[in-house]
Design a protein around this ligand. Structure first.
Ligand code: AMP
Length: 628
């Protein structure tokens, strides 16, 4: 079968030819005709089978057959990770290069302003991760009323990562009448339920079930002690003439260490995992794709998302806890029928995991016995007092993380102490107090710091992938509400690259703060006599200050020569007020939002019910089966 046989238009056929695609992959053969006909499609396929083209080509063709001038969002592709989102965006850009359609990608972990700007210019196709879509939709930047086609990509992975509720919420925002293309590598019950509620008489297409690894991959396993794994890896990368290899480790700490050790051994390598910033990850991936680095060491975050053509080797440096993960990992090589090699390292403690994998794939993986680092450590794994196996690598990772935390806490503590001392020095009662301004100042400077950090972050942010740079079109001017939302102060940064503001707040347990609170609680409510009044600086209202400025005496300043009014008014009440005002100066060291929110106080930035963002959630970096 050819792409022409599938009924694709000449512009798309030309683009596919330019991509070097000679014939459709099985999923494309099965999915493109019904999708072109407007039917719902249920595709059981994983990344690497050509499924992106299977949904992108029909979407492009259907939208192009009915063009619009104002470019409302007519197709939405929801995908779990930013890496996948970017790749899908790139695919749309490639397949649609001869069409006048616009595509934009939105994902978390980067500033939203450039994405909002692109959305404002109008896009036909939106590729999104659930969290950022939710954020921008709830802020009113996304209108889905004109949606015609919805794609749910890697639905099972959304479930794994705990985003299925976000997805269900988003589904409620979509028009009832639409075409749905649904892709999932596996079909657990929750996914089947979703399929039944979402799809209408779908065309069912299935290729490469997850439990049958691609035949073209040459698999082997090396039994090797944990301590010798990096040496064996470096040796194999050199000896087997590895062109480019993806190396999977269990922990982020492990990924960093392996990348470092490979570099020391003279092999270009970089680590890619959830603790790396978006920019660092994209850079590492770009270097790997360009051949500037030979080994990309990854945790499982990269397992299913990375689209790297002609990956020659996959190394399972650690065997995964969940056998299906092995299949996903090795699926990164042998893409679209290309051959590939998958090598697994197995130490003594990992033998049960190997058994599980072999059970899943229904065959034993050939063992390579002839190598310089044969396994000699046959000791049963150590167990903790609860009888659980102690994984030394995990323990190392935890120790490294603990060390980092300790250093960060110490730095924060020192900063807090410094600030406390500075605040105490500033609180010496000589200056004329200006309580409201003082109270607002720390909050203001914090906001300013946050703002400048967010700005710096935005400069670093990766550009949004676009199929075609949207031309400026006449659009409704943003409402005042929207304008308010786009204030820099209300911008929400998310994910790895989120500016980590160091809120070096005073320690709430510090003695003087406790005293403040306790003193207020215990302070006698009954009036004090004048000689008991503490010599604290008096607070002067702005009206009184004005009066003083004009040479009049402020009422409190007239205590020694009480006026007629003061005589009639119960004096103790005033003194009690003065008592209460005295500690107020101390209180003002901490920003009191209640006070600063007066009628003329600074307006608090609007808050939104934050939607979890797949790319900023811990769970993204940590699918349920991961332990790092
Ligand atoms: P996907 O499963 O969509 O992530 O695609 C995996 C890889 O296969 C991508 O690098 C595509 O460029 C490539 N690919 C998709 N369809 C074809 C095809 N018909 N012929 C050759 N390569 C393809």
């Amino acid at each position: 079968m050819t792409f022409e046989d599938l009924g694709l238009c000449p512009q798309i056929l030309a683009a596919l030819k330019e991509e070097g695609y000679e014939k459709p992959s099985p999923i494309q053969e099965q999915a493109i005709p019904p999708a072109l006909a407007g039917r719902d499609v249920l595709g059981c396929a994983q990344t690497g089978t050509g499924k992106t083209c299977a949904f992108a080509a029909p979407i492009l063709q259907r939208l192009n057959s009915n063009p619009t001038s104002n470019h409302p969002i007519r197709a939405l592709i929801l995908t779990p990770t930013r890496e996948l989102a970017i790749q899908i965006g790139e695919s749309f850009a490639h397949y649609g290069r001869h069409l006048p359609l616009r595509c934009t990608v939105i994902f978390g972990g980067v500033g939203q302003a450039p994405q909002v700007e692109k959305l404002g210019k109008g896009v036909d196709i939106l590729v999104a991760t659930p969290g950022r879509l939710g954020d921008l939709y709830q802020q009113g930047f996304i209108d889905l009323k004109a949606l015609e086609i919805f794609v749910l990509d890697e639905a099972d992975r959304m479930l794994d990562m705990g985003f299925i509720h976000d997805v269900k919420k988003i589904l409620k925002w979509l028009p009832k009448k639409k075409q749905t293309l649904f892709f999932s590598a596996t079909m657990p019950k929750e996914i089947t339920d979703l399929v039944n509620s979402l799809l209408h008489d779908p065309a069912r297409v299935a290729v490469d079930p997850v439990s049958s690894p691609v035949e073209a991959i040459r698999q082997s396993v090396y039994f090797v002690d944990r301590v010798n794994k990096t040496k064996l890896l470096a040796l194999l990368v050199k000896d087997l003439d590895v062109k480019n290899a993806l190396v999977f480790t269990r922990t982020k700490h492990g990924a960093n260490k392996v990348a470092r050790d490979l570099t020391k051994a003279g092999i270009t390598a970089a680590a890619i995992h959830g603790n790396k910033s978006q920019t660092a990850r994209q850079q590492a991936l770009a270097d790997f794709k360009s051949g500037a680095i030979r080994c990309l060491v990854a945790t499982d975050i990269a397992a299913r998302g990375l689209d790297i053509e002609e990956l020659s080797h996959v190394f399972n440096y650690n065997l995964p806890e969940v056998p299906e993960t092995y299949v996903h990992r090795i699926g990164r090589t042998g893409r679209a029928g290309h051959g590939g090699t998958a090598i697994a390292f197995c130490d003594f403690s990992e033998k049960p995991l190997l058994k599980e994998i072999e059970k899943l794939i229904g065959r034993s993986i050939p063992v390579v016995e002839d190598h310089p680092y044969p396994m000699v450590d046959l000791e049963a794994p150590k167990r903790d007092k609860h009888g659980r196996i102690i994984n030394e690598e995990d323990a190392q990772a935890r120790a490294a993380a603990k060390e980092q935390r300790r250093a960060r806490d110490a730095a924060n503590k020192a900063a807090a102490q410094k600030k406390r001392e500075a605040a105490q020095a500033a609180a010496q009662p000589e200056a004329e107090p200006a309580a409201p301004a003082e109270a607002a100042a720390p909050a203001k400077s914090r906001r300013r710091r946050r703002k400048s950090k967010a700005k710096a972050q935005e400069v670093q942010a990766a550009p949004v992938v676009q199929a075609a740079e949207p031309e400026p079109i006449s659009q409704d001017k943003p409402s005042s509400h929207r304008r308010k939302l786009t204030r820099p102060g209300s911008r929400m940064e998310t994910g790895d690259s989120m500016p980590r503001t160091n809120f070096s707040r005073p320690d709430p347990l510090a003695g003087d703060h406790i005293m403040d609170a306790t003193a207020r609680l215990l302070a006698p409510r009954k009036p004090l006599s004048s000689h008991e009044t503490p010599a604290a600086p008096r607070r002067t209202s702005s009206r009184n200050r004005r009066k003083e400025h004009l040479g009049e005496k402020a009422p409190q300043a007239q205590a020694s020569a009480p006026s007629k009014k003061a005589k009639t008014a119960p004096a103790p009440k005033k003194k009690a007020k003065a008592e209460e005002q005295a500690p107020a100066k101390k209180k003002s060291r901490r920003p009191d939002h209640r006070r600063s929110r007066g009628p003329r106080g600074p307006i608090e930035p609007m808050r939104f019910d934050r939607v979890k963002d797949s790319t900023e959630q811990k769970s993204l970096m940590k699918p349920y089966y991961l332990d790092n």
